[in-house]
Design a protein around this ligand. Sequence first.
Ligand code: HEM
Length: 422
Amino acid sequence: MEVPVQRNAEAGAAAECGELADPAFWRQPPQARLDAFARLRALGSPVYVPEGRGRGHWALLRHADVQEASRLPKVFASAPGVTTPEPARWVRALFGDSMVNLDGADHARLRKVVQRAFTPRLLAAAEADIHAVAARIVDDVLAERPDEFVSAVSSRLPLEVICNMMGIPERYRPEIADRVNHASENIGVERGLASRLRMPGRGLRALARMQRMVAAIGRERRRNPGDDLISALVCANVDGQALGARQLGAFFSLLMVAGVETTRNAITHGLSLLTDHPGQRDLLLGDFEKYADGAVDEMIRHSTPIIQFRRTVAAEHELGGRLFRPGEKVVLYYASANRDEAVFPDPDAFDITRSPNPHLGFGGGGPHFCLGAHLARVEMKALFRELLTRPVGLRAVGLPDLAGSNFDNRVRSLRFAFDAPG
Ligand code: HEM
């Protein structure tokens, strides 16, 4: 249950911050948002964001605060939901068993199963596959010369990779691609603020159908296990029990939405950034192996594909000079933390040689730290190697069409072109 807000010394700042709950705030050009974050960070402490009807959240905007909250899961809990304050029935039904919304032993038990399934052997096999998928996508692009990057390139790679890892039969893939898109499109301010998350029937049906599909694949794999993630999951043993259909479905939806949408946006922003910063692009091209790791992390810092996650205070705790009380809602704004001038010199610059680069794009380092961080980095590096090293001069044209979500930095489309004939 939402508790009344305890206004304290930050009351003045709270009045400033209502804009974060306004969809118009998220639709303005990115630099205007970033300037507003900088202004709010300068207030020096968590600021209150009223969301109407007596509800609201405390916004953590500074790097140190986001990191501290991420690392104190007993105080800043992920249950009852990291995207919604009071999960609707559909969230509980489809994601209630998802580890992203669990804490403590429940979370650790599920994460362990998944980590085990992401064995070095499976990941090493995936690395070889990722390079092959990236090369195939770029071959297709050069042959077909499409002009829209998201559909032709950036959405294909993460989806194909995760489907290969999970062992999804080819016949299910077009429908899964379609349904992942429906599900992701319905999170964020396009359909109401994430804090008042609603899932229209279309998105809901997409998720439910996806979970039925994976249940069917899971039943088949239980009978005939293979060398894939779904087999590893259905054969896993959690406290003496196999993973149930509901847990398998929740895990599958999480991986699809968390792993595909994020990586796709990181790649799209990456192309845009390299186009806008030809000096950085030339540096990367000059010695790809030397600069690629730094470039990928700087793309993630600069674009911050996941803008925010929500926590619920479970125990009294002082942070950033404010006493938090149980039941209060706290939002970790990774997008602001990643531009914190206290940590990143010249934070708005795109600098692939930035070192160190302790960005919070994959979370603040607590128990929920992104499970797919390594996978995402491998995917991005493989794709940019293919895109940059073919002698065709691929570049973005114009600005990305941003969805204006307050949850993820989603790009709907980005036009692109080649400098040289194929
Ligand atoms: C969690 C970002 C790619 C799977 C997270 C979190 C963030 C994040 C911010 C929350 C961390 C926290 O609360 O401390 C990203 C970004 C990606 C990416 C920016 C790409 C550039 C992936 C991929 C996968 C994945 C490729 C898997 C295939 C997950 C899962 C969690 C998670 C399962 C929940 C972990 C838990 O609750 O224990 N990610 N992610 N992510 N991510 Fe990613």
